[in-house]
Design a protein around this ligand. Structure first.
Ligand SMILES: [Fe+2]
Ligand SMILES: [Fe+2]
Length: 177
């Protein structure tokens, strides 16, 4: 397996997923202006890091995160099209169906995948704090990818402070424990 991040434990967690041809076949489309696999790995690695720091179930969180965009799109990177707009609202269900088909998932992993579009899809309120973490990281990574200028002003050092504070605040708001 090609190693994308030099962290042995992270690579061991994602290895069975990256070795699945059905998954990999969905990861070479353009997503937020980058190859989707880069996006998925970035979301998964940040999830791995922060879920460990925050003492969460980091293995399930990382697995859910790498699978969160397991769907095939034919939008050719266009974000303003009927299909792209529909996909914004229904791709988390497609990703869950695909993940259930090819992997044995626990309830937390299912919740992470299905609810990762919160709060854009507001009805999918996360049940677990790990799901909230992945939804938050996905939005930040996606914004970073879509807006290079944003990245210049808000690098990962600032995000490293902002993400935990944001998660803890939302977790307190929603009453997670
Ligand atoms: Fe997504
Ligand atoms: Fe995503």
């Amino acid at each position: 397996m090609k190693k994308f991040i030099s962290n042995e434990e992270f690579n061991i967690i994602i290895k069975p997923i990256l070795e699945n041809k059905n998954f990999i076949d969905t990861q070479y489309t353009i997503h937020h202006g980058v190859i989707k696999l880069d996006h998925s790995i970035k979301v998964a690695y940040n999830t791995y890091k922060y879920s460990k720091i925050l003492n969460m179930d980091y293995i399930s969180a990382t697995r859910g995160a790498i699978l969160h965009d397991f769907f095939l799109s034919n939008t050719n990177g266009k974000s303003i099209s009927k299909e792209a707009i529909e996909l914004t609202f229904n791709h988390s269900k497609l990703a869950l169906d695909n993940s259930n088909k090819y992997f044995k998932l626990n309830n937390l992993e299912r919740d992470i995948i299905y609810k990762h579009m919160f709060p854009v899809v507001f009805s999918t309120i996360p049940k677990y704090k790990e799901s909230l973490l992945v939804a938050t990281i996905d939005k930040i990574v996606g914004s970073n990818e879509s807006y290079n200028k944003f990245k210049k002003h808000f690098g990962y050092k600032i995000l490293a402070t902002v993400i935990p504070v944001f998660i803890i605040s939302l977790a307190a708001l929603f009453g997670y424990n």
